[in-house]
Design a protein around this ligand. Structure first.
Ligand code: C2E
Ligand code: CA
Ligand code: CA
Ligand code: CA
Length: 281
């Protein structure tokens, strides 16, 4: 019995050990990735629901791993949040996205209103220099603040709500747009919503996904949309894959949509083709 127990322990330990090694390996690679330029910005179109016109893009980071290929941010962003590398990745993404949008605005003067949305992690939001950094990035890339949107999750906001609200107010004064990301997945920011100086809510994909087949998801989305509109906020719905979902959201008066129905996240070169298509419409 003793031997069996010991064997069981060893097995369990080895499993833990392998998992820890795998994580450590990924973490080392992640540190190296920064130096070696392995990150790439992808862009996913955000369209106006009313007429399907392109309004801008959400910038989404990809990691082009030399051995493992493209790695999803769902896999490495949480790790980067833990070890602080998110500060470097986030800083790089912000600069890259602003510079790219500025180039597009120069190339397509007939579409000056296009915006770029950048995700901001909790760590970035709470960083004391964040405001200075954003202002400096805008100045250095030449993008005007009203063409930049920052996406902040409810959970990031709730880590320190008072401080977050203060910071958001300061950000608003620079005239950029603020979006509350992953709305509905966190807890209880409903009670805060009217106090947050945000321009729009982004309804999480998990609610949009089943709304055409589940009445309760549909009611949930409709309630959120009505509430947002009563508070004078706009709504963006992510994860739209089906025309049925689009039709329902349009009926509800949702302003903007994003999802595979329109386009997956694509490279900057592919995104440029989408701008060209839209200009030609
Ligand atoms: P998110 O901010 O909620 O971004 C939307 C995610 O939904 C993206 O996943 C996008 O590819 C995916 N998506 C959009 N439309 C559809 C659809 O119709 N169907 C399906 N199945 N998926 C759709 P992605 O690019 O894998 O990013 C995952 C998460 O990683 C993001 O979720 C965001 O939280 C985080 N992330 C990505 N880039 C950055 C970044 O630069 N900084 C930070 N802090 N987080 C990032
Ligand atoms: Ca490796
Ligand atoms: Ca987002
Ligand atoms: Ca989401």
């Amino acid at each position: 019995a003793k031997g069996q127990g010991g064997g069981g322990y060893v097995l369990f330990d080895r499993g833990m050990h392998e998992e820890a090694l795998r994580r450590l390996d990924l973490e080392l690679d992640l540190r190296r990735a920064q130096e070696k330029d392995q990150f790439e910005a992808y862009y996913q179109p955000i369209v106006r629901m009313r007429d399907g016109r392109l309004t801008g893009f959400e910038a989404l980071v990809r990691w082009n791993h030399p051995e493992r290929g493209l790695i999803s941010p769902a896999e490495f962003i949480p790790l980067a949040e833990e070890n602080g590398l998110i500060m470097h990745i986030g800083r790089w993404m912000l600069r890259e996205a602003c510079a790219q949008m500025r180039r597009w605005q120069r190339a397509f003067p007939r579409r000056p209103a296009l915006t770029v949305s950048v995700n901001l992690s909790a760590r970035q939001l709470l960083h004391p220099e964040i405001l200075t950094e954003i202002r400096q990035t805008l100045r250095e890339t030449g993008l005007s603040a009203r063409h930049l949107k920052l996406e902040i999750t409810e959970s990031a906001m709730m880590e320190n709500a008072e401080r977050a609200i203060e910071l958001l107010e300061a950000l608003k004064r620079t005239r950029l747009k603020l979006m509350l990301d992953d709305f509905g997945t966190g807890y209880s920011s409903l009670s805060y919503l009217h106090r947050l100086p945000i321009d729009a809510l982004k309804v999480d994909r998990s609610f949009v996904m089943h709304m055409h087949e589940r009445a309760d998801d549909r009611s949930f989305v409709e309630t959120i949309v009505n509430l947002a509109h009563k508070l004078g906020r706009e709504v963006v719905c992510e994860g739209i894959e089906l025309p049925e979902q689009e039709a329902l959201l349009r009926q509800m008066g949702v302003e903007y949509g994003q999802g595979y129905l329109y386009s997956r996240p694509v490279t900057a070169a592919q995104a440029e083709m989408l701008i060209i298509d839209d200009v030609a419409r």
